[in-house]
Design a protein around this ligand. Structure first.
Ligand code: GDP
Length: 194
């Protein structure tokens, strides 16, 4: 069956989202960098395998060498399975994502979320950005437009509903994400990739 991969820095709500999607309790972010191998789960609503990938340079406090090893593993996993991977869900915190991206950029570094977004595209996997914790965001449209801008997507965000999915995992409001994933499933079926 088709595979959906899930990535995100710690504390963005990845475990909460996994629980919503799979119905299982999932521990992801508790010990960053400890899990090097991908974990597979079933997506309840669809015939997908959901793969929780370890952090992609998202791990503060993990030695550089180990981070690089994990990154190499993730890149290799994604490249090897690219044909079967329907979409890559990049989970971000809607409240802080733009500020974190801008801080990295000011230091001359490529922000991890942005790097990952482009990496997925480069290997032919459509990324979906799950913009989580939207229940805490007041300037919704401005925040989402700014995020689009940082990802190289021309605002307004509403025209990117297959790529930008504002959600609140904690409140169980994840319909924009499930719809974006279904969009890519239909595209893949149409292109006869599955
Ligand atoms: P992980 O480290 O990415 O796996 O993050 P967790 O799922 O453990 O969540 C980190 C924190 O964010 C927890 O306190 C969650 O309750 C909280 N959280 C997760 N999703 C949401 C959300 O949609 N809205 C809000 N306000 N908090 C959330």
């Amino acid at each position: 069956s088709a595979e959906v991969v899930l990535v995100g820095r710690s504390n963005v709500g990845k475990s909460t989202l996994m629980r919503e999607l799979t119905g299982h309790t999932v521990t992801t972010g508790s010990k960053p960098g400890v899990t090097r191998s991908p974990n597979h789960y079933d997506w309840v609503a669809e015939d997908f395998v959901l793969t929780d990938l370890p952090g992609f340079g998202f791990m503060e406090g993990v030695p550089e060498e180990r981070r690089e090893a994990i990154k190499t593993d993730v890149v290799q996993y994604v490249e090897t399975h690219a044909e079967a991977i329907l979409t890559g869900i990049v989970v971000v915190d809607g409240k802080s994502a733009v500020d974190i991206i801008d801080r990295h950029s000011e230091r001359g570094a490529v922000p991890h979320d942005v790097e990952l977004f482009h990496f997925l595209r480069d290997v032919g996997i459509p990324p979906v950005v799950a913009v989580n914790k939207m229940d805490k965001v007041e300037d919704r449209d401005d925040r989402l437009d700014a995020l689009c801008d940082r990802l190289g997507l021309v605002p307004p965000w509403q025209q990117w509903h297959e790529t930008i999915a504002p959600i609140s995992a904690k409140r169980g409001q994840i319909t924009p994400l499930t719809e974006a994933v279904r969009h890519h499933l239909h595209e893949a079926n149409r292109d006869d990739l599955l």
